[in-house]
Design a protein around this ligand. Structure first.
Ligand code: C6P
Length: 404
């Protein structure tokens, strides 16, 4: 059996999405900006996709949706506008964000700092959640933008976006939320929650990779990141990726149509897996279940390095991760675990398991069995090594192996 439990990194494209996209590769391939019928033939499908996206978000206007190449682009666009939209922001050059955002926010903030933008990185509590009072206390009259993720890709923990949105509105500060890990997993209702900008990526909800969107409330002016032709009303240039736009529309519709029922099924499987792992000694999960996306577990197994665990799971045909996929090639400690107060050793033990609506009960059974054995195996190996002792001269002596 093969089990894919890394759905926060990316998801399988739903076969119904592939079916919807297929005609737009070799049949309806015209450039939608061309005036001939090959070009205009795709217009209804593009309009439908925009409707599918804004309906899924309960947004009020189809014009508020702009397709991008991914959430990284959407995030860069909003943040970089602080420098480019000088007219709008005037003297305001301060961004409030959190320590646990995705690198597409954190690296962009660091880049903006080099250009004179001031950035405040808010701490999170021991649940990995930002406190509303903390956000409030760091907004100043120089704050142009607050950017806080809806749900964490690493822990699945959900921030109090409604309350933060209300504060930003009250203080007249623009509010952006990276909702990559929320859209398609939990209800995102833009009638209910005030956000000015919302980023999303289709491949996180069983759509294709390389297509995302930015919701822009009331189509407010945002200087383009990509300048060029009159695509998307001149807001985002580049020939429209029609198959992927169609795929994103279909995917968001499928992911949100029965979201509560689907989430309940995934949650039940996730909780069963979590309960089983927590039966092992010295294991703990980050964040309470109720305030977490229903598919995610970030679990720490004392004494078991995350990378070792991944390797063992991979040998058992189980795909998981130690955290964000884009940070998984280095062997550094999980930064979100450090941010919530874990020590360095513990922060090396995190394993992220993320389910999807395609996860089956038998896959969960298989994973529970393999996981328990893996922890036993890895703990036995680590306890059979004596600690490496530095000599008085500072050299490291050989490890001693104890056979049991
Ligand atoms: N997180 C993960 O393993 P792109 O790559 O542009 O489609 O999405 C970027 C992105 C932005 N925000 C959040 C909250 C995300 O989770 C991601 C993607 C993956 O956690 C890959 S690093």
């Amino acid at each position: 059996m093969q089990v894919y439990l890394d759905n926060n990194a990316t998801t399988m494209v739903d076969p119904l999405v592939v079916e919807a996209m297929t005609p737009f590769f070799s049949e309806l391939y015209g450039n939608p900006n061309s005036l001939h019928k090959f070009g205009t033939a795709s217009h209804p499908a593009i309009s439908k996709a925009i409707d599918q996206v804004y309906t899924a978000l309960n947004a009020s206007d189809a014009d508020d949706i702009v397709f991008t190449s991914c959430a990284t682009e959407s995030n860069n666009w909003v943040l970089q506008s602080i420098v480019t939209d000088l007219v709008r922001h005037g003297e305001k050059n301060h961004i409030v964000t959190t320590e646990v955002e995705h690198p597409s926010i954190l690296s962009t903030c660091r880049f903006l700092e080099e250009q004179g933008v001031k950035v405040t990185y808010l701490p999170v509590n021991d649940q990995g959640v930002v406190e509303v009072s903390t956000v409030k206390s760091f907004i100043t009259d120089k704050t142009a933008l607050v950017s806080i993720m809806w749900a964490s890709n690493e822990t699945g923990m959900i921030n109090p976006i409604k309350e933060i949105g209300a504060i930003c509105k009250e203080k007249g500060v623009l509010f952006h939320s990276d909702a990559v890990q929320a859209v398609g997993k939990i209800p995102v209702d833009l009638e209910d929650v005030h956000v000015d900008f919302l980023s999303m990526s289709a491949h996180k909800f069983h759509g294709p990779k390389g297509i995302g969107a930015l919701y822009i409330k009331n189509s407010q002016k945002l200087t383009p990141l990509l300048h060029g032709g009159e695509h998307m009303g001149g807001r985002r240039s580049g020939t429209l990726n029609v198959p992927s736009i169609v795929g994103m529309g279909k995917a968001i519709e499928l992911a949100t149509v029965n979201i509560k029922e689907t989430a309940a099924k995934i949650r039940a499987q996730r909780d069963r897996l979590e309960d089983a792992i927590l039966e092992l000694s010295d294991t703990f999960v980050v964040g309470d279940r109720e305030n977490r996306t229903p598919n995610t577990i970030l679990i720490s197994i004392k004494g078991v390095e995350g990378e070792g665990m991944l390797w063992d799971l991979n040998n058992g045909q189980i795909g998981a991760s130690t955290g964000s996929a884009c940070a998984s090639e280095d062997l550094e400690a999980n930064t979100v675990m450090l941010a919530i107060g874990a020590d360095n050793e513990l922060a090396h033990t995190g394993i992220r398991l993320s389910l999807s609506r395609f996860t089956t009960d038998s896959e969960i059974d298989y994973t529970i069995a393999h996981f328990k054995n893996a922890v036993g195996r890895l703990r036995a190996i680590s306890s059979s090594f004596a600690k490496v002792q530095p000599t008085p001269g500072g050299e490291v002596q050989e490890c001693e192996l104890h056979h049991h």
